[in-house]
Design a protein around this ligand. Structure first.
Ligand SMILES: Nc1nc2c(c(=O)[nH]1)N[C@H]1C(S)=C(S)[C@@H](COP(=O)(O)OP(=O)(O)OC[C@H]3O[C@@H](n4cnc5c(=O)[nH]c(N)nc54)[C@H](O)[C@@H]3O)O[C@H]1N2
Ligand SMILES: Nc1nc2c(c(=O)[nH]1)N[C@H]1C(S)=C(S)[C@@H](COP(=O)(O)OP(=O)(O)OC[C@H]3O[C@@H](n4cnc5c(=O)[nH]c(N)nc54)[C@H](O)[C@@H]3O)O[C@H]1N2
Ligand SMILES: [Mo]
Length: 840
């Protein structure tokens, strides 16, 4: 192994396809035989979604039932039953253009976006309009005016990955502005490479089998896996939930640290510790001080595997700021009794303890700190890389810790490279890049990307420079937004401010399946098919690579909806035959691509040799059979312990950090001299938290991921009837708080602060600590004329500030609000119906 390794970020045993980073795999050209999918009019069809492999029942060409292909956990996953609604409700059925845009695209009155009626146009007219306006903007304002970052989720499937297809299209036609990072782990994915030399958040975890055998304590810190494991980035293998069943049946002690008594906490009958939101770092600093004072620190581990502990200890002792970070200090900030803090620290030291952390607490102001501090604490305990101990940042996501199988890995659509254009003519694709593949904005570095959570700032302040992760980023001047996959009007923080920013560019085009708030705020809306109306192929288990599954078209497309691959191919045609050929790789159909991706996996398994257990049938047989293929785990992956090789030999298997060791102190970060991110983990007061609450905004708002949706996806289905309160998004309020406010379970309440206001339905319960309320993200934004969201979209209330100058992540779990009983006349919810001018 090269010793240079330590200089590089080491991404080992990672997700085969990083979330939201387009895949770089590309298969070879294979001539597809003629395969006719042939629709089932009566019978069953196998397909897949983020929530698992599904079996659909079709009667007279309509979906009548949707259920999991295999039932393997105690917990039903309600997301699996609403496929019919995903096809038949709230659909964008035809192309639409906003009235003023259609009348005059050069002066389209962008301030009317979302307010004005739509006009239906023919598919061809819409395609021509988009191509013409895109070309006009790129020619006159350059690549930096075209925003194709288009952050967001998609529908599972290796061909119809809408964001990658958009990038492919924008690349071929001349390039675009992209984004770096994501909303999920904005802070952690930037800090952890400095600390551990790897992303940690998107990497395989110590095997569950090893945990069940070796751990004595499992700590679930700021995480609700029973909820978040209902989905996966690709297709859910459901094994993570199965392992939580096994954890429940084991003798392992489970401790949940969370302001909310989560589903997971209840199911596992865990001990609940509830610190004030956003104060976990203070709590952990207190634990660290206590461990030092009772001499329960593994100094040998610190000496061998880490750098910078002495400097960190100076900080704990208050050498430079005169503040000792002991348990008394911590207790005042986090609200927990000193005894609790001390007892936790000692229990962790005395037992093999696996700390499973979610990502909620890093989606907060100074979100770089919590996971850095967890790594520091685990290093002091001396448990990183040992069976049963250490920490893991993906047990709650995409089934981390489920052993990896040895099978074939499917290829997938790629973003390709930027096409070469000279004097307005397409010359061709660059040769060298074609082989390496990968999206142009990754290759171009930072000149045309910005940290994604700054998008509102970018749209409002073109040309501004900001500090970011040791570099300077200059904002582009965006005039054309193309969004495909993602619901930014719902997912971005401080909606009222974001809507203002969204109304700046001249053009906004959105490909959508449903009339989401984002589709309603577009100038041109292209009707996209759902994944149940087109053929595709997928794998389950982002870490386990467990199944290859067909995703067969179940029903005919609604209205004039087309798959994104075709929409972009048709746009390319306007740019000329050569551009079309570059995009479609010589005119390949989706079915040809499906076969090509399958064949690349097939070839891999063939190469394993005859003794390998899971043979794959040839494609035609696989497709005709309509059954997933399952691969088997290997012994190595069943016993795998994250970072064990580093512990075995820290020189030969050095980490990818600057020193090759775990960095409790980072010299690189020291050089950046950021005020809001020191070179070691530290406590910073968040902009808004219970420690600085005011009578105007006395409650801390948590905006957790919703158990019964995937963000905003499924919000429009009748699953909503199972959780909505008085027709509104539920807000969890502590009993004592509700009593003081005169609010009863089932009341409609107004939640407000200086940024915005929403209606929500009160769920009064002691499942949340006093002073804290929870309104899950992803509820469809439904503004009335005064900016009140009638349905309850949480981001109307959140803060749009960066975590720090290091990561510039979003801080959606930081923020204070006020609540009152709503006594006015209840406005009708209109979020799920079509806008003016469009039919449902
Ligand atoms: N307050 C707060 N805000 C948050 C968070 C939080 O914790 N709190 N979490 C953040 C996080 S981690 C994330 S990941 C984001 C999620 O934000 P998004 O990814 O924007 O959320 P989704 O609701 O999944 O949006 C996906 C959209 O893509 C559409 N879509 C699906 N398949 C296709 C397709 O094949 N073609 C086309 N054209 N469209 C398709 C769906 O209909 C849906 O509207 O939200 C972020 N926002
Ligand atoms: N069903 C479902 N599953 C999902 C998603 C979904 O929308 N629906 N979204 C997926 C995506 S894109 C992502 S990124 C992941 C997100 O996964 P996470 O980021 O882990 O999810 P969150 O709900 O934001 O937060 C997890 C827990 O952190 C707690 N928490 C919040 N702030 C604090 C704090 O300051 N301290 C402590 N101790 N706890 C805190 C919350 O109460 C919550 O129980 O989930 C994925 N899984
Ligand atoms: Mo996410």
């Amino acid at each position: 192994m090269s010793l240079d390794r330590r200089k590089f970020l080491k991404i080992g045993a990672g997700l085969s396809f990083l979330p939201l980073v387009p895949s770089l795999v590309s298969g070879k050209t294979v001539q597809a035989s003629s395969i006719n999918s042939g629709l089932v009019r009566n019978g069953t069809v196998i397909t897949a979604a983020h929530w698992g492999i599904l079996k659909l029942t079709i009667k007279d060409g309509k979906i009548t039932k949707s259920e999991p292909w295999e039932k393997i956990t105690n917990n039903d996953n309600p997301l699996q039953h609403y496929t019919a609604d995903m096809v038949y409700k709230s659909r964008v059925k035809y192309p639409y253009v906003r009235k003023s845009y259609l009348a005059n695209p050069n002066n389209p009155k962008p301030e009317l976006r979302g307010k004005e009626e739509f006009v239906r146009v023919s598919y061809d007219q819409a395609i021509k309009l988009i191509a013409r306006e895109l070309k006009k903007t790129r020619d006159s304002k350059g690549v930096q005016a075209i925003f194709g970052g288009s952050y967001g989720w998609y529908s599972s499937g290796r061909v119809h990955n809408t964001r990658v297809l958009l990038h492919r299209f924008l690349n071929v036609t001349g390039g675009f502005v992209g984004v770096s990072g994501d909303y999920s782990t904005g802070a952690s994915q930037v800090i952890m490479p400095y600390v551990m030399g790897s992303l940690e958040v998107y990497e395989q975890q110590t095997s569950w089998e090893s945990i069940l055998k070796n751990s004595k304590i499992v700590v679930i810190w700021g995480s609700d896996p029973l909820s978040t494991l209902r989905i996966a980035w690709g297709v859910n293998d459901q094994r993570g939930l199965q392992y939580f069943d096994k954890l429940r049946d084991s003798d392992i002690k489970v401790i949940c640290i969370d302001p909310v008594r989560t589903q997971t906490c209840k199911y596992l009958k865990a001990e609940l510790i509830s610190p004030r939101p956003n104060t976990d770092v203070a709590m952990m600093l207190g634990m660290a001080s206590h461990l030092i004072s009772v001499n329960k620190v593994n100094y040998e581990f610190l000496d061998t595997y880490t750098v910078g502990f002495a400097k960190f200890k100076d900080y704990l002792d208050g050498k430079s700021d005169g503040v000792k970070k002991d348990t008394a200090w911590a207790s005042k900030i986090c609200g927990l009794d000193e005894k609790v803090i001390k007892s936790l620290a000692e229990q962790f030291y005395d037992n093999p303890t696996m700390i499973m952390s979610g990502w909620g607490m890093q989606r907060a102001h100074h979100g770089e700190q919590p996971h850095w501090m967890i790594a520091t604490l685990s290093a002091m305990l001396g448990q990183i890389g040992t069976p049963g101990g250490g920490f893991g940042l993906s047990y709650h996501y995409s089934n981390g810790g489920v052993p990896t199988c040895k099978g074939g890995v499917l290829g997938g659509i790629t973003a390709g490279s930027v096409g070469i254009w000279k004097n307005g003519k397409f010359v061709g694709m660059p040769k060298a890049n074609q082989a390496s593949g990968g999206p142009a904005w990754l290759q171009q570095g930072t000149s045309y990307t910005f940290p994604l959570a700054r998008i509102a700032d970018v749209l409002q302040n073109p040309g501004k420079t900001i500090k970011h992760n040791g570099k300077t980023v200059k904002y582009p001047k965006i005039d054309f937004i193309y969004w495909a996959g993602g619901n930014p009007i719902v997912h971005h923080q401080n909606t009222n401010n974001f809507v203002k920013a969204w109304r700046k560019p001249r053009t906004v085009v959105v490909n959508e399946i449903y009339w989401t708030p984002t589709a309603k705020m577009a100038d041109i809306v292209m009707p996209a098919t759902s994944s149940y109306e087109r053929d595709d192929i997928a794998m389950t288990g982002d870490y386990s690579n467990m199944h290859i599954t067909p995703m067969k078209q179940a029903v005919l497309p609604e209205g004039e909806s087309r798959d994104d691959y075709t929409i972009f191919a048709d746009l390319c045609k306007v740019y000329g035959q050569k551009v079309y050929d570059a995009y479609t790789d010589g005119g390949k159909t989706p079915m040809q691509l499906i076969k090509e991706y399958y064949d690349s996996a097939y070839k891999q398994t063939q190469a394993y040799g005859a003794e390998f257990a899971t043979p794959m049938p040839v494609f035609e047989e696989f497709w005709a059979k309509n059954e997933p293929i399952k691969f088997d785990e290997t012994m190595e992956s069943i016993e795998w312990v994250r970072h064990a090789e580093f512990i075995e030999d820290p020189i030969l298997n050095a980490l990818g950090t600057e020193s090759g060791l775990i960095e409790i102190y980072s010299k690189s970060i020291e050089k950046y001299k950021y005020k809001d991110c020191k070179p070691h983990p530290a406590w910073f007061e968040p902009a808004e938290y219970l420690g600085n609450a005011t009578p105007e905004a006395p409650f801390h708002l948590l905006t957790n991921h919703p158990a019964n949706r995937l963000h905003s996806q499924l919000c429009h289905t009748s699953l909503r009837d199972e959780y909505a309160v008085n027709g509104r998004e539920p807000i969890l309020i502590n009993k004592a708080d509700a009593k003081k406010l005169g609010i009863k379970d089932g009341d409609v309440v107004r939640v407000f602060n200086k940024r915005g206001q929403v209606l929500a339905g009160a769920v009064v319960s002691n499942d949340i600590m006093p002073g804290v309320v929870r309104l899950c993200e992803g509820a469809w934004y439904d503004p009335d004329d005064n900016g009140l969201c009638k349905y309850g979209s949480a981001n109307c209330l959140t803060l749009d500030l960066p975590t720090s100058e290091l990561a510039n992540g979003n801080i959606s779990h930081t923020g204070l609000v006020n609540i009152e009983k709503f006594t006015g006349e209840l406005p009708e919810v209109t979020a799920f119906s079509a806008p003016k001018g469009a039919e449902n």
